[in-house]
Design a protein around this ligand. Structure first.
Ligand code: 5GP
Ligand code: ZN
Length: 139
């Protein structure tokens, strides 16, 4: 299904032109308009899902395989030294466009880290509590 108010639905289905590097029946892969690095691309499913948790399982299963294919092509074509695969869900996680997408970000030696966090001290008791809570939610 498409969402008529969603810009990525329009781009993915070709209603709005984009720098497309790959397309098949289910996906379009485009260059990011405001790239974090040279070659920064986005995998867009053609059907609308706001985030990973709304995504159809069949599409979900294909996404990482496609990310691998695109990443390999980037290694050959752009001679990048590494690749970040990033996928944000929800505003708190930095998602700005509410149509599921995967960032494929080629990385080059000497450039600043862009996917980084400040490691904090873990608290054993809290860790055990988290393990129990999540294990319960998985049942
Ligand atoms: P998010 O923060 O939601 O994970 O990532 C959204 C990404 O989409 C950003 O990197 C942003 O630059 C990119 N973006 C937003 N609008 C457009 C657009 O109209 N065209 C393209 N190619 N990229 C877009
Ligand atoms: Zn959409």
């Amino acid at each position: 299904m498409r969402d008529d108010n969603c810009i990525f639905c329009k781009i993915a289905n070709g209603d709005i032109p984009s720098d497309t590097i790959y397309e098949d029946e289910e996906f379009r892969v485009i260059l990011d308009l405001s790239p974090a690095s040279k070659g920064h691309a986005l995998i867009l499913p053609k059907t609308h899902a706001a985030n990973l948790f709304e995504l159809d399982d069949e599409i979900c299963a294909k996404v990482l395989i496609l990310a691998k294919k695109i990443g390999k092509a980037m290694q050959t074509a752009l001679c990048c030294d590494g690749i970040n695969i990033v996928q944000n869900n929800g505003e708190a996680a930095g998602q700005t466009v509410m149509h599921f997408h995967v960032h494929i970000i080629p990385r080059y030696n000497g450039e600043k880290q862009i996917v980084a966090w400040e490691p904090k001290q873990s608290i054993p008791e809290e860790q055990r509590e988290i393990v129990e809570k999540i294990k319960t939610a998985l049942i």
